[in-house]
Ligand binder design. Sequence first.
Ligand code: FAD
Ligand code: SF4
Length: 331
Amino acid sequence: MRPFAYERATSVAAATESAVQSSVHYLAGGTTLLDLMKLDVTRPETIVDINPLASTAFGRIDVSPNGLRLGALVRMSDAADHPEIREQYPVIAQALQLAASQQIRNMASLGGNVLQRTRCTYFRDTSYAACNKRNPGSGCAAINGVNRSHAVLGISNDCIATYAGDFAQALIALDATVEVAGRDGVHTLPFASLHRKPGGRPDQETNLRPGELIMSFMIPAAPWTRRSLYLKVRDRESYEFALASAAVALDQANGIVRHARIALGGVATVPWRSLEAERALQGKTIDEQSTTAAAVPAFAGAEGHGHNDFKIELGKRTLRRALQQASELEI
Ligand code: FAD
Ligand code: SF4
């Protein structure tokens, strides 16, 4: 690992002031950042440890009649095990519980989780020269390479890397917002606008400006949050990233769907909300016909690159199964 300077944040203002250069990175749990530093993919000159801020609202979970507020430094395991989150926002608890391992969940923060980088092998192994995300303009080794785990939605000619996280799908499905602090103060943006599709600049993954710090996530209370779940399909049942996943939430009365909320994981370059699938379900009962009618438009724009072609069918089946299971929940 290359030498770097280490600083501890004493306040949000001090942290955001010192982190405006791109060579400065925040440190939360370190379970992504330190890996990438050891692999020589990320080369910060300075890391600013934000953990001292955990004693403030950064480290708090608040459940109120208006919704759920999660501080960015809350540990994944604390949110996954929280009784009110498990009861009122099960899709949030399940997406976290099904991620990584218990040890990583104990260490890793929610803010760091949504900003984790892709697991594309060509990105993480610097012996491959061609990776537009790591080395802009160098090409993409995955497009004609081994791409079984890669994305089929939101891809470009420059990058097909999958967004690897789980929690983000739950956030995007439940219309979460994210509170961000920067040198110009604090502002809130829809979680759906945090991540950027690769387009011609796969290296630019979010709309955060240099030095901006995620402070919290806010999930509004809504009639669909209780009837929600996260279904994750992977090569093994533990400690593995998704091949396909679905975060779904239903507001259902007398078997009829009033509102559906749907996000897909493991198949897209960014956390992927499917408004087409949501619209297809409105006013319908959940059955084979209606879930198929939702899954088809959800993957209408999907494109495989050989090894990952199977994800299009797998993604549809995952979504259909998740909807069926959510509809049958006893609330
Ligand atoms: P860090 O490593 O500290 O930070 C990650 C990035 O976010 C850094 O760039 C850092 O500068 C930035 N950052 C952190 N906090 C903030 C903030 N508040 N504001 C602005 N920037 C910030 N995840 C899944 O979702 N599903 C899985 O199945 C899964 N499996 C895994 C398996 C393994 C073996 C490993 C190592 C990881 C796995 N992960 C998985 C990823 C893991 O969940 C993330 O590494 C973790 O959530 C990152 O959180 P952290 O606090 O450690 O982030
Ligand atoms: Fe790099 Fe993206 Fe291609 Fe992977 S898919 S090699 S991250 S450009």
